[in-house]
Design a protein around this ligand. Structure first.
Ligand code: SAM
Length: 277
């Protein structure tokens, strides 16, 4: 069990962390399903069948670029708390868009209720590799207000069952809370979010807290915020996606090799599709 000093009402990651990631000259792709061509293509097909859509945490814009190239919707809101990331998406997708209106919203979904978006106005909302960063209640309550009664919300969520089953002695994972502490920042000028004390008694800085969820807790939180989960399928990230993301010593770790051969990929998150109730 690790002891931390964070304030649980505080953020899991500061926008400066992502601004620094956006400013990298040689960016490291995130270990995200958007970097798996098959997942990307099927999610874009699903998302493009709508008129008004919103993506939260659009990052460097891999999904936005693919969606804009495919076309279909009329208005696409792109929300991110990092201005640096939003600028990257604007550069990447803005010039490709012809009949699709792109609306860039610089907002932190943990505290901003997105009042500029009308009630019940969105057909589809998507959040890829970002739910672990946010306060689920704030985000879901906002989504519930702006989603159409017949709309859908799709999000990939880190599985706590997977972590419990496979990580027995991981220093950075708190089994009591399901939080994973990211102790490396590749950006020199980013301040730590907090510190934890490891088994040796050393004070370790961390830069991001990634929240994982048990399926039953997810059902409860979604229900409390007015959503019903329709499906939740594991997403298998391939070894290639992980290697490109340079996820910590991926190819050197025996445990990770074991996970790959056990599951045929890395099933760290589940692909949730929900609708308002
Ligand atoms: C790990 S990156 C994932 C980016 C991209 N969706 C992908 O899958 O590669 C998370 C993104 O979510 C954004 N983000 C994190 N917390 C947020 C919040 N509370 N409000 C708005 N955006 C947030 C970050 O700035 C970043 O662009």
């Amino acid at each position: 069990m690790i002891t931390t000093q964070e304030d649980h009402r505080a953020k899991n990651v500061h926008p400066e962390y992502y601004d620094a990631a956006a400013a990298q000259i040689q960016p490291r792709p995130f270990p995200s399903p958007v970097n798996d061509p098959q997942w990307l293509s099927s999610a874009v097909d699903w998302f493009s069948q709508a008129e008004t859509i919103m993506e939260v945490g659009s990052g460097r814009g891999e999904f936005a670029e693919a969606l804009v190239r495919k076309g279909g919707p009329k208005r696409y809101y792109l929300v991110d708390m990092s201005q640096g990331m939003l600028d990257l998406v604007r550069d990447r997708a803005g010039k490709l868009s012809k009949n699709l209106e792109l609306v860039f919203v610089h907002a932190d979904i943990d505290s901003d209720p997105l009042n500029q978006i009308p009630d019940n106005s969105l057909d589809k909302i998507i959040m890829i590799n970002a739910f672990q960063d946010v306060n689920p209640y704030s985000a879901l309550k906002t989504f519930r207000r702006i989603i159409s009664p017949k709309g859908f919300f799709r999000v990939n969520v880190l599985s706590r069952e997977f972590r419990d089953e496979n990580y027995h002695d991981e220093e950075n994972f708190n089994k009591e809370t399901g939080y994973f502490y990211l102790t490396r920042s590749h950006f020199a000028d980013v301040k730590p979010l907090g510190y934890f004390t490891d088994k040796k008694g050393d004070r370790i800085p961390y830069y991001r807290i990634l929240k994982s969820y048990y399926r039953k807790d997810l059902d409860r939180v979604f229900k409390e915020c007015g959503f019903e989960i329709l499906s939740a399928e594991p997403i298998l990230l391939s070894k290639e996606v992980l290697l490109r993301a340079k996820t910590m010593a991926w190819n050197k770790s025996a445990l990770r090799q074991e996970i790959l051969s056990k599951y045929g990929g890395y099933p760290a998150s589940i692909d949730v599709i929900a609708r308002p109730i």
